[in-house]
Design a protein around this ligand. Structure first.
Ligand code: ATP
Ligand code: MG
Length: 257
């Protein structure tokens, strides 16, 4: 069943066609990667779906409900959460407080958030559980600013996860980390997604990562969907290879080792 459906979604910036007539269906339980060169419109698509940016025209259906004009918080309530290409953390708070704040915001608690998190046993237990799921238990009391880049990326995903979404839309969760750390981050995310039967849409540049984890791959170019299909179909698509790597042929995606 379709969890998310976009119909002729459009968002331009002046002459720039950031999102250009994108019609996409994401089924429940799918793990989909969105790829494309720099400036292809991947982040803009994520922004429009999450409500951080409003669509100019077109429609966004989520669980069969039209959310095109819903605010970002309304979409969070509906079950859409996203992470950020440049992480969106409270640098001066600990990992634990960052997660607690996300839980509080989900629950609409407007009290003195960070301090009270320690006193609210349910929130505290949930925050620790989430930190554990993301491999960050040992970093609980460290300030977000002191975490390694890979840990910061995971914490940002954990904040989206703390909103208890049905759809996790992750904007480059492995950017800026080493190849080895990328695998660890993706394994962690994939385990959480599988365990909770979430639907995941992940923007990613590393095609090794994309081919390994995706059920389906969506290729964007100049704001539009250039191609979509299984990893095997995308791997052998010469037009995609040309766009992504500037060289055609099935060898374009061969592993680098
Ligand atoms: N707020 C904005 N104002 C003006 N132009 C924008 C804005 N946001 C994005 N753009 C432009 O829209 C196009 C798509 O940008 P977007 O950030 O969505 O690409 P992307 O696929 O995420 O790229 P990257 O892989 O580098 O993250 C680019 O040409 C970009 O310069
Ligand atoms: Mg981007």
């Amino acid at each position: 069943m379709a969890l998310l459906e976009t119909v002729n979604l459009k968002r331009y910036f002046g002459e720039t066609r950031a999102v250009d007539n994108v019609s996409l269906t994401i089924d429940e339980g799918e793990f989909v990667s969105v790829v494309g060169p720099n400036g292809a419109g991947k982040t803009s698509l994520c922004n429009v779906v999450s409500g951080n940016l409003m669509a100019e025209s077109g429609q966004i259906m989520f669980k069969g409900v039209d959310v095109t004009h819903a605010t970002a918080p309304e979409r969070v309530k509906a079950g859409i959460a996203r992470s950020f290409q440049l992480v969106n953390l409270f640098d001066d708070l600990t990992a634990f407080d960052n997660v607690s704040l996300a839980i509080f915001s989900r629950d609409d608690k407007t009290r003195n958030l960070a301090k009270l998190a320690h006193l609210d046993e349910a929130v505290s237990a949930e925050a620790d559980g989430i930190l554990g799921q993301f491999g960050l238990a040992a970093k609980r009391n460290e300030l977000a600013r002191d975490l390694a880049q890979g840990e910061r990326k995971l914490l940002d995903v954990a904040l989206a996860y703390a909103l208890r979404p049905k759809l996790l839309f992750l904007d480059e969760p492995t950017s800026g980390v080493s190849t080895r750390d990328k695998g660890q981050i993706m394994d962690t995310i994939a385990a959480v997604v599988r365990r909770d039967r979430l639907t995941a849409v992940i923007i990613e540049h590393d095609m090794d990562v994309v081919f390994k984890y995706s059920d389906r791959i969506v290729v964007m170019h100049q704001g539009a969907v250039l191609a979509q299909g299984t990893p095997d179909a995308i791997r052998t698509n010469e037009q995609v290879a040309l766009i992504l790597l500037g060289s055609s042929g099935p060898d374009a995606f061969s592993r680098k080792e």
